[in-house]
Design a protein around this ligand. Structure first.
Ligand code: FAD
Ligand code: UDP
Length: 364
């Protein structure tokens, strides 16, 4: 008899959901987390009474009712709707691309007028868009591309838009209504008590060890449990033996300001190339805060190097091919790989919950 039924490397959303399901089924679960806190990238921390999203803005949105019922069954969610504003050289535009954006950019007022302007600009791209630049122009035309997409995207991904996959930009809605909701999903919100409370609920009943790296002593850990779920980077698991996958990383600069309302909205995107950060978030607005002070964070994208947190997989062809080779090695391991880093996929939180639940459905 081994001491645990499951050992889970990583206490992010994937690991925590799986742990919750396993504990519900009466399994003994050990979660190892190499950071000094639980929750991975959705971790929030209270500062001046405000839930600070330590690893960047996190807005839960989904059209999957099972996932929504699951998370809202654990903690209460507020009715936050993400409506970021883009700042291009001091000009303010509503996001995502909608009638407010087109009206300001083209001086038009009706959907028909907007469609006419865009139809002319879109005609520049013939055939199937081959990369992000062509995809963007074929969606919203060159003016919007130049002011709101090009600079932001090149900062975010550290590459030219013509070298990036088209799918990245397809995440964003394009609408001919005056609707600033950044997402098209049926359900949206943020946990009223912060994401850390959600993770705490998910991990209740599991043994959790912080500041503990599974890979540092993996043979030993594997002896103590029947099964293992690994949620860290897949290439790191294999000691980068086939080469390194590329990730984007971020640097966060956070400040407490002695003012009540700094930017009037939770997220401002800085879309020009010359400003080095991509976003400034003012955390209190995620939860309609009225505290006397405010906390703001500037987000600077950077290349990932060993020792940094790998936040975004760079899902271009080269990396996806390499990932497939690692995934083939993973098949032969007595370990299951799950989550944004172990599956090397640009999962949102709802995708992550869905993946973890389907693994639990299969295994438990
Ligand atoms: P992670 O959160 O990365 O968790 C993995 C955990 O494993 C980490 O805690 C890590 O420390 C730990 N770990 C790794 N290796 C080891 C090891 N060897 N031993 C022990 N522990 C280990 N999604 C949305 O739906 N809405 C948003 O608005 C949104 N915004 C985002 C903004 C940013 C800046 C980023 C980076 C992501 C955003 N996401 C958003 C995506 C969301 O963060 C992910 O879907 C989710 O956090 C993935 O959870 P995970 O458990 O797979 O990974
Ligand atoms: N994007 C952009 N301008 C913006 C916001 C987003 O060009 O003001 C592009 C950029 O390429 C980004 C992609 O749209 O990587 C997806 O944006 P999203 O906000 O979904 O990215 P995430 O929240 O994952 O960082």
């Amino acid at each position: 008899m081994k001491k645990y039924d499951y050992i889970i490397a990583g206490s992010g959303l994937f690991g925590a959901v799986f742990a919750h399901e396993a504990v519900k089924k009466g399994k003994k679960v050990l979660v190892l987390e190499r950071r000094g806190h639980i929750g991975g990238n959705i971790y929030t921390e209270k500062v001046e009474g405000i839930d600070v999203h330590k690893y960047g803005a996190h807005i839960f949105h989904t059209s999957n009712k099972r996932v929504w019922d699951y998370v809202t069954g654990l903690v209460e969610f507020n009715n936050f709707v993400n409506s970021p504003v883009a700042n291009y050289k001091g000009e303010m535009y509503n996001m995502p691309f909608n009638m407010n954006t087109f009206s300001k950019m083209f001086g038009i007022s009706t959907p028909k007028q907007a469609a006419e302007v865009l139809a002319k600009q879109r005609a520049e791209i013939k055939g199937e868009p081959k990369n992000l630049e062509e995809q963007a122009i074929s969606l919203v035309g060159r003016d919007v591309y130049t002011k709101l997409i090009k600079g932001y995207t090149e900062k975010q991904w550290g590459r030219d838009c013509s070298e990036l996959p088209a799918f990245i930009i397809k995440r964003l809605p394009v609408r001919f209504t005056y609707d600033n909701n950044y997402f098209n999903d049926r359900y949206q919100g943020i946990p009223c008590g912060g994401y850390t409370e959600l993770i705490e609920k998910l991990l209740s009943g599991a043994e959790v060890r912080l500041s503990t790296d599974f890979l540092a002593d993996r043979e030993n850990y594997l002896q103590t449990a029947d099964k293992c779920i690994y949620t860290g980077p897949i290439d790191e698991y294999f000691a980068y033996s086939l080469g390194k996958l590329e990730y984007r990383s971020l640097k966060f600069e956070t400040e407490v300001l002695d003012e009540e309302n700094h930017q009037g909205v939770a997220v401002v995107n800085y879309t020009e190339r010359e400003v080095p950060y991509t976003r400034v978030i003012e955390h209190k607005h995620f939860n309609f805060g009225t505290q006397p002070k405010t906390v703001v964070t500037r987000e600077y994208p950077t290349d990932w190097e060993e020792g940094m947190e790998p936040y975004y997989p760079v899902n271009n062809e080269k990396n996806n091919e390499l990932y497939k080779k690692y995934a083939a090695l993973a098949e032969k391991e007595n370990v299951l790989f799950g989550g944004r880093l172990a599956q090397y996929k640009y999962f949102d939180m709802d995708d992550t919950v869905e993946e973890a639940l389907s693994l639990a459905d299969k295994l438990l």
